[in-house]
Ligand binder design. Structure first.
Ligand SMILES: *Cc1c(COP(=O)(O)O)cnc(C)c1O
Length: 341
């Protein structure tokens, strides 16, 4: 298989259309069998549920080339299960989990020429998503839906080395206590755009959202879960019903416990405790872990002991172990790696 002539190491995180995408349509109460198509555009009525009332959800995952030349994805069954939860909460039909994984595999296979080579630092980002596609003007769920999977090659997240980021405590809320924070709905991102642009305008990289009800507990950022490390090397992650259950974060907790022998805790984390932690990182598919060097609460700075020039030692070990598992350098727990080719 001839790879595309792409400067892998200098790719950013941008959409570059690839040759094929998987498309299935839901109509009259059933999904069709779906197929791989070449058309990267979607044509639908101006009154579609997704356009009027944001009835849409998505997933994000990656395909990697391993050290021994296989193409793999990481825990796609968890993305399938999470998308089922998102669909149910949004009154959308579930695309069966086994068919979800199959669609991901088929789409990656069809775009093999775009899977970056081992060692380039780049990966093939995979975006499964679903939306209401028929006309709704009164507020109600759509009758027809489209499920699609496209891929796009993305560059190394840490170009020119890891750089700890500065985040601020945000005055806006991301998720209501009994809202949709725990599902991957497009609407959660639409309403966070103002907050993130405002953070950037004020010179911060990201927002730390607190729980909307009491504003005393740490939730997550706009698109990544928190991991903290205590001064005695315990790995702590916030627990809340309005946090999106990150697959990266859940995997890192297993790595911490089973590979590094560390104690792990998933519990409520009060913002008042944050100043006592030794390390802080943001977990998600894009970066795996992005280290946080500084947290600013309305002018009051919390400087993590790990500093502004490198990852803390535990964060670094977690990062290296999980990326080692994904790239096939370290043996994975049973069922984590789905070999595509
Ligand atoms: C997707 C997402 C994450 C990260 O989840 P991963 O499965 O690790 O990629 C974290 N927070 C939010 C709000 C998300 O949408």
């Amino acid at each position: 298989m001839e790879k595309k002539n792409i400067d892998w190491a200098n790719l950013g995180f941008n959409y570059l259309p690839t040759d094929k995408r998987f498309v299935a349509n839901y109509k009259d109460g059933a999904w069709d069998e779906g197929s791989l198509i070449s058309d990267a555009t979607v044509t639908m009525t101006e009154c579609a549920g997704v356009l009027q009332y944001a009835q849409t959800c998505f997933e994000g995952m990656k395909a990697y080339t391993t050290e021994d030349g296989h193409i793999v994805t990481f825990r796609p069954d968890l993305n399938a299960a999470r998308m089922e939860e998102s669909c149910k909460r949004l009154e959308m039909p579930v695309f069966p989990q086994d068919r979800f994984v199959d669609a991901v595999v088929k789409t990656v296979e069809a775009n093999e020429a775009y899977v970056p080579p081992y060692g380039s630092g780049a990966t093939l980002y995979i975006r499964p998503f679903m939306f209401g596609s028929d006309a709704v003007i009164g507020v109600k769920p759509s009758n027809e839906y489209q499920f699609r999977v496209f891929t796009t090659p993305v560059g190394p997240y840490f170009k020119g080395g890891v750089k700890p980021i500065t985040i601020r405590v945000c005055d806006f809320d991301r998720a209501a206590p009994h809202g949709t924070g725990h599902i991957k709905a497009g609407l959660n991102y639409a309403m966070s755009l103002y907050a993130i642009m405002d953070a950037h305008r004020q010179g911060f990289d990201e927002n730390m959202y607190l729980d909307a009800a009491t504003r005393t507990k740490v939730e997550e950022t706009g698109g990544a879960n928190f991991l903290f490390v205590t001064k005695d090397n315990k790995v702590v992650t916030p627990k809340s019903d309005s946090i999106l259950p990150s697959i990266t974060r859940r995997s890192l907790l297993v790595v911490a416990k089973d590979y590094l022998g560390l104690e792990v805790e998933e519990r409520e984390v009060y913002f008042d405790e944050v100043k006592d932690f030794a390390e802080c990182g943001l977990c998600g598919t894009a970066a795996v872990i992005s280290p946080v060097g500084k947290i600013v609460d309305h002018g009051k700075e919390i400087c993590m002991p790990s500093g502004m020039s490198e990852m803390g030692p535990v964060t670094k070990k977690l990062y290296e172990t999980l990326t080692g598992i994904q790239m096939g350098r370290i043996e994975a727990p049973e069922g984590w790696i789905k070999v595509i080719k």
